[in-house]
Design a protein around this ligand. Structure first.
Ligand SMILES: Nc1ncnc2c1ncn2[C@@H]1O[C@H](COP(=O)(O)OP(=O)(O)OP(=O)(O)O)[C@@H](O)[C@H]1O
Ligand SMILES: [Mg+2]
Length: 254
């Protein structure tokens, strides 16, 4: 596919990355121009599949554990080689759906000198990128994963923050990394404020001072919170839900 892009969502723990990624998924499903979509859970702690309404999932981590367990009983070398074959792993882990496909990294129980799941996820994404128009990634909390470069190339990095001191620290940190030339693989970087109340102008002033692009703000929304606490998929939110409406605006800016 000629026309494809990678969008990654990052930010400190608990800032709303998973909820935002799910709302963006919903917005992209609605857009007939968006094309084929792959949504990736790059957080080893998992959780995105619940918000997306998928109950049973396989992860790169669990499938590799399975392969390595079989290897202990059989032809060890052959199985270990298989465990590092990204096309084989991807075929077993990719959950294809009508509206979007889903891939989860997970984590591994097996110890030994195997490729890390993080490296395998990077390979799997590179391998799959051509088949999708958009790859949307829900990242692990913090900025470590960006440092480790979980994807070879990110077209748009969305840094999500709330109004907390630590949230703001994270965006300044990302800005410093960009200025020091540490993020050459990120083409475009922008900030989204999440769970805003009446504090948007203060937040915008802060981001402007830093010289970061602002993609938008998503309000504090009780319905989002309620769906999440009941384990209901955020894809089922009503069309006029205020957080969803705000994410539609963000999508236009990406
Ligand atoms: N705009 C919003 N309005 C109200 N509640 C929200 C909003 N965005 C996220 N939340 C709530 O905040 C909590 C944390 O959200 P979420 O799990 O998406 O964060 P996260 O950044 O993915 O966390 P983690 O770093 O643990 O992966 C959830 O209970 C979620 O429902
Ligand atoms: Mg999350």
């Amino acid at each position: 596919m000629n026309n494809h892009r990678v969008i990654a969502v990052c930010g400190k723990g608990g800032v709303g990355k998973t909820a935002f990624t799910t709302l963006l998924t919903k917005v992209m499903i609605e857009d007939p121009q968006a094309g084929k979509l792959l949504v990736v859970d790059a957080d080893p702690a998992l959780g995105l599949h619940y918000a997306l309404g998928r109950k049973e999932i396989k992860t790169i981590g669990t499938v590799r554990d399975e392969i390595l367990r079989v290897a202990e009983e059989g032809d060890r070398q052959a199985q270990e080689e298989l465990a590092d074959k990204v096309d084989y792993l991807t075929a077993r882990v990719l959950d294809e759906g009508k509206d979007f496909s889903f891939l989860a990294m997970g984590h591994m129980e097996s110890k030994g000198c195997f490729c890390s799941v993080n490296d395998l996820l990077q390979q799997a994404i590179s391998y799959l990128t051509d088949e999708f128009n958009t790859v949307l990634i829900d990242g692990e909390a913090g900025i470590e994963q960006i440092n480790r470069q979980v994807v070879e190339k990110i077209d748009t990095l969305i840094v999500l923050t709330d109004s907390s001191f630590r949230g703001m620290k994270t965006i300044s940190h990302i800005k410093e990394m960009r200025d020091e030339g540490l993020l050459p693989f990120c083409k475009k970087i922008g900030v989204v404020f999440n769970r805003t109340r009446n504090d948007v102008s203060k937040l915008e002033a802060f981001a402007k001072e830093l010289g970061l692009e602002i993609f938008g703000a998503v309000p504090m929304d009780e319905e989002v919170e309620a769906y999440d606490s009941e384990g209901k998929s955020l894809l089922e939110l009503p069309e006029n839900n205020p957080a969803l409406v705000a994410v539609r605006q963000v999508y236009k800016k990406l």
